[in-house]
Design a protein around this ligand. Structure first.
Ligand code: ATP
Ligand code: MG
Length: 551
């Protein structure tokens, strides 16, 4: 731990522990409860860092509990992906891997208990009728005509629901609380529904499924969760959380504590919306490097350490906030600055012929990292055929342009000074080759030429450079706060740019995954496709949203 964190949740936990009550005998026990209906995103990382973080800091442990109460939307693929992502982020649930479905038998018994004490009833209204009868923020709801069914009849019907004697939607089990409550969540909420669907874990064993609000608090109690940390949208559900636990026979009652969700500019943070992007095929999958998913960030080259640092910096509050993309980029850059070896790549190559160079290629050596000798050195070479970046040459340079121009000079980084003597164009009038001469006395590190060109550019020996596909990523959506009504229209058409370029042979041969390509940014070898490099982040804090050019 670099420094002790002190947000309102940690202050509360310190207070609780200071009281030394028996509840905290096993330390701080938390849970991260994802629904396996999609991949995790960076918002989930905030919750993961918080839940696993406090258990680690204060002594205790964290359950990874899958909230698998809706068999229609959930799958094993998502379960596996979520486990992978939590572990990759650096957190260990040890033996505390659970599923809400593990508790289906107990949940059913607790529901019967509520029915027996007259606190739950089988309602036979349709879901539309239930919705219509709930009232509004200003108007109370109306009692269901089934509200006063006898306990015997309710027990009988609930048992028949469980036995599969009714179709989906024919009946539900509702808590019997207060249809006039100021809190709509307390107006006889549905706690069980019929769903004839195969569940990924319990198969066809159950045809009734408990609702989230009923399930979550009971699982928390059964697991002895000392602090049930959730996001602010559950604040209005807290009375129901407490009501359920007060009205069943369970001897543990965790406090629910809410914090604000993470929002990030230029992206969306909801599995439902991300799922839609995947289903519509507008991204290459859940791990598309433009996605705010953990899998997407990983594929883009972002490290777990950078994500954890980002979560530490945003902190935990009750204020809803949308964080700037620049902060995430800052954390990524700070981490890679130390961790990534350097090398050269040319993503938009322009051929350079050195007319006064004779003989075989000249071997050169440079450190993989300017500040850290433990990275060792790499070999590259200089020769008669080179590539430079097309944008490092200008025939009619804009003011203050320091790179190569006709009759001008530039230093090739870690190489020689060259002078542009002749510009060759193709039939279409495009520059296709520069004929240059090099200054033999100007080799980097032993320069006695006395020449002082203003610019330094990156380059490759074209005879040995390895072809590579370079993908440059920017914001997935055009606006900081995308219009959710038409997700496809809100997408930034320029969110990925593909280049056919080249990299140094040493980069191609290296076992390392992440590199700084000098002057271009941090890049990562794609985990799926060989010879493909994804840009993780640019070098400087020059992040500007990429907008569609105005016509
Ligand atoms: P989504 O809308 O993305 O599906 P969710 O809340 O429905 O989010 P869950 O799988 O239920 O997704 O979330 C698991 C946990 O992660 C919950 O405790 C939830 O509060 C937390 N969480 C989800 N999104 C965020 C976010 N943007 N910031 C912080 N915590 C989040
Ligand atoms: Mg959810």
């Amino acid at each position: 731990m670099p420094q002790e964190l002190s947000d309102f949740i940690r202050r509360r936990i310190r207070q609780d522990l200071a009281q030394g009550s028996a509840e905290f005998a096993s330390g701080v026990i938390t849970r991260f409860p994802p629904e396996p209906n999609g991949y995790l995103h960076i918002g989930h990382a905030k919750s993961i860092c918080l839940n696993f973080g406090v258990a680690r800091e204060f002594g205790g442990f964290t359950y990874l509990r899958f909230d698998d109460t809706n068999p229609l939307k959930e799958s094993d693929e998502y379960v596996a992906a979520i486990k992978h992502d939590v572990a990759w982020l650096g957190f260990d649930w040890g033996e505390h891997l659970t599923y809400a479905s593990d508790y289906f038998p107990q949940l059913y018994q607790f529901a019967i208990e509520l029915v027996r004490s007259g606190k739950a009833y089988v309602c036979s209204l349709s879901s539309e009728e239930i919705r219509a009868g709930r009232g509004t923020l200003t108007q109370p709801g109306e009692d269901s005509p089934y509200r006063d069914r006898s306990v015997e009849e309710n027990l009988q019907l609930f048992e028949q629901m469980r036995a599969g004697e009714f179709a989906d939607g024919e009946h539900v089990l509702r808590a019997r609380i207060d249809m006039a409550s100021a809190n709509i969540n307390m107006r006889d909420p549905v706690i069980y529904r019929i769903r004839h669907a195969e569940h990924q874990r319990t198969a066809g064993q159950w045809v009734i499924y408990p609702m989230y609000d009923f399930t979550h608090c009971i699982c928390d109690a059964l697991e002895g969760i000392t602090h049930s940390l959730c996001t602010l949208e559950f604040e209005d559900h807290r009375p129901l959380y407490d009501w359920v636990l007060e009205n069943i026979n369970v001897n543990f009652h965790p406090p629910q504590i809410e914090f604000s969700r993470l929002g990030l500019e230029y992206t969306v943070m909801s599995k439902r919306l991300l799922n839609q992007l995947v289903a519509d095929g507008v991204v290459a999958g859940w791990d598309d490097p433009r996605m705010p998913t953990i899998a997407g960030l990983r594929r883009r080259g972002v490290t777990a350490a950078a994500i954890r640092e980002f979560c530490r910096r945003i902190g935990v509050t009750k204020q809803d906030n949308v964080v700037e993309m620049g902060l995430l980029d800052f954390c990524i850059r700070q981490d890679l600055q130390a961790a990534a070896p350097r090398g050269m790549s040319v993503i938009d190559p322009l051929k350079v012929t050195i007319t006064n160079y004779e003989g075989p290629a000249e071997a050169m050596t440079a450190p993989w990292h300017p500040d850290d000798a433990s990275f060792g050195t790499r070999e590259y070479s200089f020769g008669p055929n080179l590539f430079i970046e097309r944008e490092d040459f200008h025939e009619a340079p804009p003011p203050k342009y320091k790179r190569l121009i006709p009759d001008g000079m530039v230093r090739l980084r870690g190489g020689y000074i060259i002078r542009c003597d002749e510009v060759i164009k193709d039939d279409a009038g495009e520059v296709c080759e520069l004929r240059c001469s090099y200054e033999p006395a100007s080799r980097s590190g032993s320069d006695t030429s006395g020449l002082k060109p203003k610019g330094v550019v990156h380059w490759l020996n074209a005879d040995t450079a390895v072809a590579a596909t370079i993908r440059l990523y920017t914001n997935l959506f055009s606006d900081a706060v995308p219009d959710l009504a038409d997700l496809t229209a809100a997408l930034n058409p320029l969110s990925v740019e593909r280049h056919q370029g080249f990299v140094e042979p040493a980069i191609d041969a290296s076992q390392a995954q992440r590199f700084q390509f000098e002057r271009l940014g941090y890049f990562c070898k794609d985990s799926e496709e060989a010879g493909v490099y994804n840009r993780t982040v640019s070098l400087r804090d020059s992040w500007k949203p990429q907008q569609t050019p105005k016509k």
